[in-house]
Design a protein around this ligand. Structure first.
Ligand SMILES: NC(=O)C1=CN([C@@H]2O[C@H](COP(=O)(O)OP(=O)(O)OC[C@H]3O[C@@H](n4cnc5c(N)ncnc54)[C@H](O)[C@@H]3O)[C@@H](O)[C@H]2O)C=CC1
Ligand SMILES: O=C([O-])CC(=O)C(=O)O
Length: 333
C-alpha cells in the first residue's frame, strides 16, 4: 500500500543550507527511499522571489517522492500540518564572530515561530533547530511553545559529531563508516566537547578497537583534535567566505533519519536535547548528549564513565549555555 506523504517544513529555505537540504529531502535522504514527502518552505518577503525559484527547480527536478511543495512567506501556512520542522531560518555569522553574536537577531525569530508551530503543526511534530545559536534558539522555541513536548524539540550537533568521525577517519586512514560512538557534549559552539573516550573503530578483521588505543597519541586527542572540531565552522567560513551548507544539510538529514527510523544497534549519535540532569548537566538546558533512538524517540545513553578532564569540559560548555539563556532573555525583553 502506498505510504501517506510526510509534511516536512524547512524554514530559511531560500538560503544556502535550504538550497542543499530540500533536494536531499525530496530524494528520500531524510526518511528513506519509500517515503513520499510534501515540502513546506518558508522564508521572509525579501527572499520570496528566490524561494519561488527554488520551488521551480524542485518541480523541474521531477523527484518521484515529492508529492507537493508549499512555498510561502506566511508562517501559519508554512507550519500547518507539518510532521517534521527543520528550522534553518535566521542569520549566519561572518568571519571573526562567535555563533552567539547572532543571538539578538535570531532568538526573536524562534520566539515568534514557536507559537505558530504550537498552534498549527501536526500532533507529535518533531522539531530540529539548525540556526545559530542552535541550542539557545531551540530552548527559546521550547519555552514559548509550552504544549510541544520537550522530547520533540532538538538542535543540530550532528554536524560536529560527523566532523569528529571525519577527523578520526583521516588520522587513522580508515573508512568513516567504520568509526563510531564519538560524542559531542554541550553547546554547538567553540566550548563544545568532542569526546573520543568511548569511540571505536571496526578493523578489517571485524574486531572493534578503541580509538584512543589506535591513535596512541593522547596529546593530539586532548588538544588539536578537540580544537579542530570546535573550530571547524570558523575554518569553513574562512575558506568559503560563507558558513558550511552541504555538510550542515547532510547532518540535518542524518539527525532526523536516525530520530525517526532509529539508530543501529550498538551505535549512538549526538543530539542537542532537553537536559534531564543526566551526567550532572543542569536540567533545563538544551545540551548535546549521546543518544540512541528507537520507535521515534531518543534516549540519553546512561552510565558512561566521565574522567576529570572530561568533567571540566562538560561543565564549561554547560556554563556557557546558562549564560546564553540569560542573554537570550535579555535580548527578548
Ligand atoms: N547547527 C549547525 O550545525 C549549523 C547552523 N548553521 C546556521 O544555520 C543558519 C542558516 O544558515 P545559511 O543557510 O547559511 O544562511 P542563509 O543566510 O544563506 O539563509 C538563511 C535564510 O533564512 C531566511 N530567514 C531570515 N529570517 C527568517 C525568518 N524569520 N523566517 C524564515 N526565514 C528567515 C533568510 O531570508 C535566508 O534565506 C545560520 O544561523 C547558520 O549560522 C549553519 C551551519 C551549521
Ligand atoms: O560556524 C558557523 O557559523 C556555522 C556553523 O554553525 C557550523 O559550520 O558549524
Amino acid at each position: 500500500m502506498a505510504q501517506e506523504p510526510v509534511r516536512v517544513l524547512v524554514t530559511g529555505a531560500a538560503g544556502q543550507i535550504g538550497y542543499a537540504l530540500v533536494p536531499m529531502i525530496a530524494r528520500g535522504v531524510l526518511l528513506g527511499p519509500n517515503q513520499p514527502v510534501i515540502l513546506h518552505m518558508l522564508d521572509i518577503p525579501p527572499a520570496a522571489e528566490s524561494l519561488n525559484g527554488v520551488k521551480m527547480e524542485l518541480v523541474d527536478a521531477a523527484f518521484p517522492l515529492l508529492k507537493g511543495v508549499v512555498a510561502t512567506t506566511d508562517v501559519v501556512e508554512a507550519c500547518t500540518g507539518v510532521n517534521i520542522a527543520i528550522m534553518v531560518g535566521g542569520f549566519p555569522r561572518k568571519e571573526g564572530m562567535e555563533r552567539k553574536d547572532v543571538m539578538s537577531k535570531n532568538v526573536s525569530i524562534y520566539k515568534a515561530q514557536a507559537s505558530a508551530l504550537e498552534k498549527h503543526a501536526a500532533a507529535n511534530c518533531k522539531v530540529l533547530v539548525v540556526a545559530n545559536p542552535a541550542n539557545t534558539n531551540a530552548l527559546i522555541l521550547k519555552e514559548f511553545a509550552p504544549s510541544i513536548p520537550e522530547k520533540n524539540i532538538s538542535c543540530l550537533t550532528r554536524l560536529d559529531h560527523n566532523r569528529a568521525l571525519g577527523q578520526i577517519s583521516e588520522r587513522l586512514n580508515v573508512q568513516v563508516s567504520d568509526v563510531k560512538n564519538v560524542i559531542i557534549w554541550g553547546n554547538h559552539s567553540s566550548t563544545q566537547y568532542p569526546d573520543v573516550n568511548h569511540a571505536t573503530v571496526k578493523l578489517p578483521s571485524g574486531e572493534e578497537k578503541s580509538v584512543r588505543e589506535l591513535v596512541a597519541d593522547d596529546a593530539w586527542l586532548n588538544g588539536e583534535f578537540i580544537s579542530t572540531v570546535q573550530q571547524r565552522g570558523a575554518a569553513i567560513i574562512k575558506a568559503r567566505k560563507l558558513s558550511s551548507a552541504l555538510s550542515a544539510a547532510s547532518a540535518a538529514c542524518d539527525h532526523i533519519r536516525d530520530w525517526v527510523l532509529g539508530t543501529p544497534e550498538g551505535t549512538w549519535v549526538s543530539m542537542g536535547v532537553y537536559s534531564d540532569g543526566s551526567y550532572n548537566v543542569p536540567a533545563g538546558l538544551i545540551y548535546s548528549f549521546p543518544v540512541t533512538c528507537r520507535d521515534g524517540e531518543w534516549s540519553i545513553v546512561q552510565g558512561l564513565s566521565i574522567d576529570e578532564f572530561s568533567r571540566k569540559k562538560l561543565d564549561l560548555t554547560a556554563e556557557e549555555l546558562t549564560e546564553e539563556k540569560a542573554l537570550a532573555y535579555s535580548c527578548l525583553s
